[in-house]
Ligand binder design. Structure first.
Ligand code: PLP
Length: 389
């Protein structure tokens, strides 16, 4: 059962609208990526509530599979995992503020050092606490986000060698375009990163753990796997872009479900929902679903998206409200309590599998699947299934 979900009451009542996560799918995806990148290892990326799948449960699951490292974006995410008893090494990928360093040390979280100044601050704080900070150095090879530029990285690498209270465990960079059809920019970034790494060869030093590949790099640039890959969206069974080469086969672990809560007949010329943006020119049956943009079902999906009821796709009509939305089932049948799939797959009477993926929702909403997943908010309870049922 989910953790920390106010929408599951103490007597176990679950909201009709909920997310189901198939842990077996996560296992299969993890193993498929592992097989494809070996001898490199896999760091599951768990930021933003594990891409909407639930931070703590998913972290525990990957830890139980033997993941050598976990990645989060922020300090707070790392602390939460430690408080829930996750003992696997955790890298906080984002930038750090000087006053956060003591907390990193207290919770045994690995810092990303993205400048000489931050590295020195960390070393000072670690000395003061009598601890050794675990560090991954961040090199900017073309993202212009955080990290020292590849063309001026030597000072950071040299300083790192002198920081007695820092253990330089890893060095990494991040791709801006690894999920594109044109890989020239990603290749250039990889080349720049490898040039920076010559620093170690030149001095006869062993490499720290080298990593640069995100899902796009994992799929499209085997030479970028290096010592470790940082698997995010692919691990959840979703491809990072439409054009990316699907060299590893993964399947979605998350379904988003609700139930029909109301049924009515709508007369022609009687518009549905706020703003009266949709009406029918013939009599139709319309059902109401208790989910809306207040759960992360984007309002921009209004009059665009579809849901699955009884193995068939039907359109969402009228504006999506904060907590409810309407679906046109024409003159077909649906009853109160029928399951509604917002994301997921179902078999129908003729034996076909009908599915709606988060990539479908992303296309309808004019965004990327990452944003769909990470916006399913905490009002939606997460349930965890251990087998394929
Ligand atoms: C989010 C993130 C990843 C994972 O990206 P995906 O495209 O989801 O695989 C990897 N590395 C860093 C630094 C990230 O911020």
């Amino acid at each position: 059962m989910a953790i920390n979900q106010p929408t599951i009451t103490s007597n176990g009542v679950v909201r009709p609208t909920h997310v189901e996560v198939e842990l077996t799918r996560l296992t299969e995806n993890y193993r498929a990526i592992e097989r494809a990148v070996t001898p490199a290892t896999v760091m599951p990326i768990l930021k933003a509530n594990a891409y909407g799948h639930g931070l703590v449960e998913v972290a525990r699951h990957f830890a139980s599979l033997g993941a050598p490292y976990l990645g989060v974006a922020f300090l707070e995410e790392g602390i939460l995992l430690r408080e829930y008893g996750v003992t696997t090494p955790i890298l906080v990928l984002g930038g750090i503020l000087g006053n956060q360093v003591p907390l990193f040390l207290e919770y045994d979280l690995t810092l990303t050092a993205s400048s000489v100044e931050k590295l020195s601050q960390t070393n000072d704080a670690a000395r003061a606490m009598g601890k050794r900070a675990k560090i991954h150095l961040k090199i900017d090879t073309g993202m212009e986000r955080i990290g020292v530029h590849y063309y001026s990285a030597t000072e950071l690498l040299e300083t790192a060698l002198t920081c007695e209270y820092c253990q330089i465990e890893g060095i990494f960079s991040h791709f801006a375009n690894s999920d594109a059809a044109d890989l020239a920019s990603a290749r250039l970034q990889l080349e720049r990163f490898c040039e920076v790494l010559h620093f170690y060869e030149g001095r006869g030093l062993p490499y720290p753990i080298r990593h640069i590949a995100n899902s796009g790099g994992i799929l499209q640039l085997p030479e970028s796997h290096l010592d470790m890959v940082r698997a995010g969206i692919l691990l959840y069974g979703v491809y990072p872009s439409m054009e990316v080469m699907r060299t590893i086969s993964v399947r979605p672990a998350l379904s988003w479900k609700s139930q029909v809560v109301y049924f009515k007949v709508v007369q022609p010329g009687h518009p549905v929902s706020y703003g009266s943006t949709w009406q029918s020119d013939h009599m139709v049956r319309v059902v109401t679903i208790p989910v809306g943009y207040g759960d992360g079902y984007f309002r921009s999906l209004s009059n665009r998206s579809e849901v699955i009821i009884r193995g068939k796709r039907y359109p969402v009509v009228g504006q999506v409200c904060m907590d409810q939305m309407m679906v046109n089932i024409e003159w077909e049948t649906a009853y109160n309590g029928d399951e509604v799939l917002l994301i997921g797959e179902a078999g129908n009477a003729s034996g076909d599998v009908v599915s709606i993926t988060c990539s479908d929702l992303a296309q309808w909403a004019g965004t990327i699947p990452y944003e769909i997943l990470t916006n399913i908010n905490t009002r939606v309870p997460r349930l965890y299934l251990n087998d394929n049922g």
